[in-house]
Design a protein around this ligand. Structure first.
Ligand code: HEC
Ligand code: HEC
Length: 326
């Protein structure tokens, strides 16, 4: 007669055998990680190339070097689907197929993603911690990225245009069309000029500088960490200026480019998680969008940052991901 203990032992044995059998048979199913030929590789200095190889090549190139455990199913399925997706976005082995302007934008997008801790993929870093870029390495990428700036030191016409416009902009009754309304009903207003600044950033790749303002409700929500979801009535406004370089080589805001709005109103904008979007272009503040549904296109990008209530720019001290970076 079997003792209960023996019976359990046998059960464990059978289950273990089944697991091993399934794990082995999985190895014959599913995709393999294949490296197609390198056709038009990115051509950058060795210092830059080493960083990209270390952090990004396993997914964004045809020179993936998966570790042994990456090749075991079912991990290999996830890895190969990440690689497929990553290569479809951009591929360092087919880099020069991109137009030069697209290379610039992509390069700065890469720096942004690495800096915000979004790339390399966090799931990958768990098993490849050595692939994480240090702040020094990110700086090397940034320094290299600077060479893309089509720099025009002493852009005197640009400086004069900016001065003239700034004078007009400051005297608010000279700024035209104060009654602009977006097709989804969001009204332009100058009020944001008295709000608190959430973040100010410079994007070299598009030669713009931006300042993001939040109304009292939004600022309080940030202070209380109450941003998922953001409270009703939160308004966030991003103001974008063209960037110029003055005669001393100082980078500063030039002419005004546009303002972009996010207004939290769950009743009015249920399809975009309660955020209404609006954009007013140029000094005439022309409302952007051909139909009232244009906000869906805005939301398609913003939904990438679900974890912060669909808002990208948070003050650094509140953004743990950035604050905890090395
Ligand atoms: C484990 C695989 C993996 C690694 C390693 C990796 N990426 Fe990615 N990357 C992806 C995937 C998958 C996507 C597409 C999905 C997404 O955006 O999350 C992507 C998307 C991107 C995008 C957005 C491109 C677009 O057009 O949408 C950028 C930029 C990017 N990666 C940069 C980098 C940089 C820079 C590195 C190295 C520091 C890196 N990635 C390392 C898998 C990876
Ligand atoms: C291609 C992706 C993309 C699209 C499309 C997009 N945004 Fe954004 N938006 C971003 C990114 C990235 C940031 C943060 C970086 C920055 O400020 O440039 C941002 C920032 C903002 C901010 C400041 C608050 C925040 O989330 O950081 C507002 C307001 C904003 N966008 C409004 C809009 C509006 C209005 C539209 C549509 C007309 C739009 N966005 C379309 C990517 C996008």
């Amino acid at each position: 007669m079997e003792t209960p203990k023996k019976r359990i032992n046998r059960k464990v044995l059978v289950i273990t055998l089944i697991v091993i059998f399934v794990a082995i048979s999985l190895q014959f199913a599913g995709p393999e990680i294949i490296n197609p030929p390198v056709t038009s590789a990115i051509d950058v200095p060795d210092s830059v190339s080493a960083i990209l190889k270390k952090g990004c090549y396993d997914c964004h190139s045809n020179e993936s070097k998966p570790a042994w455990f990456d090749k075991l199913a079912p991990v290999s399925w996830i890895v190969s689907s990440d690689i497929k997706e990553a290569r479809s976005r951009f591929n360092f082995s087919q880099w020069t197929d991109l137009a030069p302007a697209d290379q610039q934008v992509k390069f700065w997008e890469m720096i942004n993603m690495a800096q915000n801790g979004k790339m390399p993929l966090p799931s990958y870093l768990t098993f490849h911690p050595e692939a994480k870029l240090t702040s020094k390495e990110i700086q090397v990428l940034k320094d290299y990225g600077q060479k893309f700036i089509i720099s025009k030191p002493g852009d005197t016409a640009g400086v004069a245009d900016a001065e003239r416009e700034l004078q007009g902009f400051r005297i608010s009754n000279q700024t035209p069309q104060r009654t602009q309304v977006s097709l989804n009903g969001i009204k332009y207003s100058d009020d944001y000029k008295t709000w608190k600044v959430m973040v100010a950033t410079t994007r070299f790749e598009t030669r713009t500088m931006r300042v993001v303002y939040g109304n009292d409700i939004a600022i309080k929500a940030i202070e209380n960490g109450d941003i998922n979801p953001w409270p009703q009535g939160s308004i966030i406004v991003k103001v974008v200026w063209n960037m110029i370089e003055d005669e001393n080589g100082e980078i500063r805001p030039g002419t005004f480019n546009n303002t972009q709005w996010m207004v939290k109103d769950d009743k009015k904008f249920p399809e975009t998680k309660g955020w209404g979007f609006a954009r007013f272009n140029g000094t005439k503040l022309l409302a952007y969008g051909k139909t009232a549904k244009f906000g869906t296109a805005c939301f398609n990008c913003h939904k990438l940052v679900k974890g912060t209530g669909y808002v990208f720019d948070l003050p650094v001290s509140r953004n743990n991901e950035i604050a905890s970076r090395d």
